[in-house]
Design a protein around this ligand. Structure first.
Ligand code: 3HC
Length: 296
């Protein structure tokens, strides 16, 4: 129970792509009942696969026993029906970065969840304020921006709009700390704290690669071995997804007009060619599968 007396038992996650599945796993790992929603059976099967792969990795690394894995997965129910979120105390939306798609979900949730249910969006660069206006109670809407891979990265940016109820903000922040995350609070500006700082750097690395200034391996090695980053910028872009990275840069550039965020032309070309990174097996590097190391 939080200081305000609000209790969280059931968490809904809408969208079970890489981020949504990771978020569902984190809550289930901490004992919450999770309802995961996808738009069709195919997407639901992909979400289930994400969850199984990620928890199987934890079993391989002796972080979970097989029994605990089964219990964790047993706490997650999967559905294609948004109305199954009726009992949720918190709903985290993690669908595609489209303001219209997100607004429709927040509109639909109005008639489904209780009035005290908190609604959160995992958007990385869209306006939380605009998304919140689709709901009749925008005061209960916050951003909760997880980082990839969500089960591993501790940071969650909690984004407040000018109308977010301070109690909702406190309750969400407290809940995130309870599930082992490090919440930081910020205002509603494209990119929030981390992406604003990170993506100028990532974009610069792409420009360097595009200009053939150095090889991809050497660009990545420079930042890993010179600056202690866990991954080089091009390998990190493959993990994030080049389509996601392009959208984030575009949105930040449109809003801030900082030329650091004007997407390097090759990024768009790679996205158009379907080279989205790990998820399609090819980006700056080539992969046998989404979880395998780079092969080329
Ligand atoms: N899902 C779940 N767990 C994973 C994982 C995944 N996809 N990838 C790695 N892990 C876990 C491993 O199981 C291991 O767990 P353990 O320590 O409990 O055994 C741990 O992470 C370390 O994994 P590895 O030893 O296999 O590999 P590394 O030590 O190289 O770590 C990494 C991999 C965690 C991805 C690390 O390289 C890293 O932190 N990279 C930087 C990631 C980053 O910057 N993310 C932020 C991107 S920006 C963003 O997300 C914002 C969004 O808006 C785009």
């Amino acid at each position: 129970m939080s200081d305000s007396g609000r209790t969280f038992t059931t968490v809904g996650v809408v969208g079970l792509g890489t981020m949504g599945a990771g978020i569902a796993e984190v809550f289930a790992r901490h004992g919450f009942s999770v309802v995961g929603v996808e738009q069709n059976d195919e997407a639901l099967a992909r979400g289930r696969q994400h969850l199984e792969n990620s928890t199987a990795r934890a079993v391989r690394r002796s972080k979970l026993s097989e029994e605990e894995q089964a219990e964790l997965l047993g706490r997650i129910s999967l559905t294609t029906d948004l109305t199954d979120l009726a009992e949720a105390d918190l709903v985290v939306e993690a669908v595609v970065e489209s303001v219209e798609v997100k607004k429709q979900i927040f509109r639909d949730l109005d008639a489904i969840v209780r009035t005290e249910t908190i609604l959160a969006t995992n958007t990385s660069s869209l306006s939380v304020t605009e998304i919140s206006t689709a709901n009749t109670s925008p005061g209960r809407v916050v951003g909760v921006h997880f980082f990839n891979p969500a089960p591993v990265q501790d940071l969650v940016e909690v984004v407040r709009t000018v109308v977010t109820d301070p109690v909702v903000l406190d309750d969400v922040t407290e809940l995130l700390a309870r599930i082992g995350k490090q919440p930081v609070v910020c205002g509603d500006k494209a990119g929030f704290i981390a992406n604003t700082l990170l993506f100028g750097y990532l974009n610069h690395a792409v420009s360097m690669f595009e200009a053939r200034y150095a090889s991809r391996e050497d660009i990545d090695a420079a930042m890993r071995f010179g600056c202690g980053y866990p991954m080089g910028p091009l390998a990190l872009l493959d993990l994030i997804g080049l389509d996601t990275a392009y959208e984030i840069l575009e949105t930040m550039y449109r809003q801030g007009r900082d030329r650091l965020h004007a997407p390097a032309p090759i990024l768009k070309q790679m996205v158009t060619a379907g080279m989205l990174g790990r998820k399609t097996g090819r980006g700056f590097y080539t992969y046998d599968g989404p979880d395998s190391p780079a092969t080329v």
